[in-house]
Design a protein around this ligand. Structure first.
Ligand code: CA
Length: 265
């Protein structure tokens, strides 16, 4: 759930979800999910069936999750055989509405996602968004979320959606290449779960290109990829148990002691 995905990128083209219940281009909502000709997700910014990335953020996080491995080019994602369902609610300028975020979360829930990767946030508390994530939880769908880049303690300054108190939310802080907390990363001894690499991350960008980006946005898809790997070996694992596997298998690095629930990266 992001700015869309360049689903033609050579590293991603084989790992894009296809809505097999929809017939392309016939102008009919074949599967009755409320969206016409949504063969690979949806774009709520432009209200059409083409979730192409016109920013770069969504393509970058997608590459961290699943850039193709062992193909002798570019980079490799965490999980090489996932299917990305491109759900675009962030504009070419990187902003979006909470109302459209709710629609994107509900689309993922209705169309069989295992998890959503949410490298976004900053809005006010929203009961409707909380309820949408709770519906995802009821359907055993993980909600992996960036802890935010304001460098503050989320326990006292909540960051949404990562700070909603729901069992399926996995809130992710960022570390650097020295295993230190990224200076920009939010933390929270009770509200942020774990850390992942998020500084100078090389990944895919639109137009068959690559680039480095930094942020808890870049840490989040590392965790999403691991969740996908867990589901690949244990497809029916309950989301709470999947989260526990993650929490129990972090590396306990010094910089994260007392800053996140798991004390680790
Ligand atoms: Ca449809």
């Amino acid at each position: 759930i992001d700015t869309g995905v360049d689903y033609t990128h050579p590293e991603l083209v084989n790992n894009i979800w296809s809505n097999t219940d929809e017939i392309a281009g016939n102008g009919i909502d074949d599967d009755g999910n409320g969206y016409i000709d949504d063969i690979r997700g949806w774009d709520w910014v432009n209200n059409d069936n083409n979730p192409m990335d016109d920013h770069s953020h969504g393509t970058h996080v997608s590459g961290t999750i699943t850039a193709q491995g062992n193909n002798s080019i570019g980079v490799a994602g965490v999980a090489w055989n996932v299917k990305i369902m491109p759900l675009k609610f962030l504009s070419s300028g990187g902003s979006g509405s909470t109302a459209n975020a709710v629609l994107a979360v509900d689309y993922a829930t209705a169309n069989g996602a295992n998890l959503t990767s949410n490298s976004w946030g900053g809005g006010a508390y929203s009961q409707t968004l909380y309820d949408a994530i709770a519906r995802a939880n009821a359907n055993n769908i993980a909600f992996v979320a960036a802890a935010g880049n304001d460098g503050v303690n989320n326990d006292s300054s909540p960051h949404y959606p990562s700070s909603y108190d729901l069992p399926n939310i996995i809130a992710v802080a960022a570390t650097d290449d020295d295993d230190l907390k990224a200076s920009f990363s939010c933390w929270g001894p009770t509200s942020v779960d774990l850390a992942a690499p998020g500084v100078n991350i090389l990944s895919t960008t639109p137009g068959n290109s690559y680039g480095t980006m930094s942020g808890t946005s870049m840490a989040t898809p590392h965790v999403s990829g691991i969740c996908a790997l867990i589901r690949s070996v244990s497809p029916n694992i309950p989301v709470a148990q999947m989260k526990q596997v993650l929490m129990n298998s972090v590396d306990h690095i010094a910089s994260m002691q007392g800053l996140v629930v798991s004390n680790g990266r």
